[in-house]
Ligand binder design. Structure first.
Ligand code: SF4
Length: 280
């Protein structure tokens, strides 16, 4: 049995909340450069501005975007791991709170969604999904989700009769409807299967892939390539102003489902796609 103090989790969250705000990940930076080579005119110019923005933000230690997001964490805890110290969820929220304070990141969370939209003033609570794993590790998948793109995400409870054609139509229509509102170029997460809630989680977790990752099942990997190509043929382009780069990548995650159902969720990330994967 391995032991980790929850202080270490807090520290990891504290550091991660900041590091993802100031520069694109290397794979994202490379991908934008590659797409830039294929673009012309305004599309090319916008991708250049995005790269310059990332460089500037990194040099001056200011966030790449004013919307510094809602923190979403997938916490994977090994069955052979013992956590000691204060309650892990409290420690995660402490890490978020301190990071958003010291790095002057915008606090964007309201304490009640409908009747009392008062800012909590510390960007907590984070959304935390906990999963058990069969090892002794603690994995933290952390993202800061901007809501321009989150708001354009959708879920559909399709039936098996809708089949592949219905799923494809739903995915592509969701992205086309999102258009400029999701701050393209986007990264698209698709969750297929499970129940309503699981499909949404699959789509969210799909966004933790790195650009260029492909589904291990070649059939789904082909769908990822095909749908990405169709999205980029739409002409929406960077910031919705036209071009070939509407999405940088698209990832599919699947799960077994009920004989009567075909749930599909599409979770959209903007080009910030701020996320990190830490193993303690
Ligand atoms: S969706 Fe992304 S790029 Fe757009 S405002 Fe939010 S964080 Fe910024």
């Amino acid at each position: 049995m391995r032991t980790i103090n929850t202080q270490a989790i807090k520290q990891a969250v504290f550091e991660a909340c900041q590091s993802i705000q100031f520069r694109y990940s290397k794979p994202m930076e490379e991908a934008i450069k590659n797409y830039m080579d294929q673009e012309m005119g305004v599309g090319k110019a916008i991708l250049k501005v995005l790269l310059d923005n990332s460089e500037l933000a990194s040099n001056q230690h200011i966030p790449m975007c004013q919307d510094t997001g809602m923190v979403v964490i997938f916490l994977k805890l090994g069955q052979q791991l013992h956590l000691e110290g204060d309650y892990v969820i409290d420690m995660i929220n402490e890490g978020v709170k301190e990071a958003y304070d010291v790095a002057y990141l915008r606090k964007s969370i309201v304490k009640d969604p409908l009747l009392e939209r008062v800012n909590t003033n510390d960007n907590t609570p984070a959304v935390v999904h906990i999963e058990m794993t069969n090892d002794d590790r603690c994995e933290i998948l952390l993202s800061a989700k901007g809501f321009g793109s989150e708001n354009m995400s959708k879920l559909a409870m399709l039936t098996p009769a809708h089949g592949l054609k219905g799923v494809e139509e739903f995915v592509l229509n969701t992205v086309f409807t999102a258009g400029p509102n999701a701050c393209p170029p986007m990264v698209v997460g698709v969750g297929i299967g499970g129940t309503m809630d699981q499909a949404a989680l699959l789509a969210k977790e799909a966004l933790f892939n790195e650009v260029g990752d492909r589904n291990p099942d070649e059939r789904y990997a082909n769908l990822e390539r095909d749908w990405l190509e169709k999205i980029n043929a739409s002409g929406i382009g960077p910031q919705g102003l036209g071009g070939k780069t509407t999405a940088i990548d698209l990832f599919i995650k699947t799960a077994p489902t009920h004989i009567a159902g075909l749930p599909v969720a599409v979770n959209i990330n903007c080009h910030m796609t701020r996320h990190v994967h830490i193993t303690l």
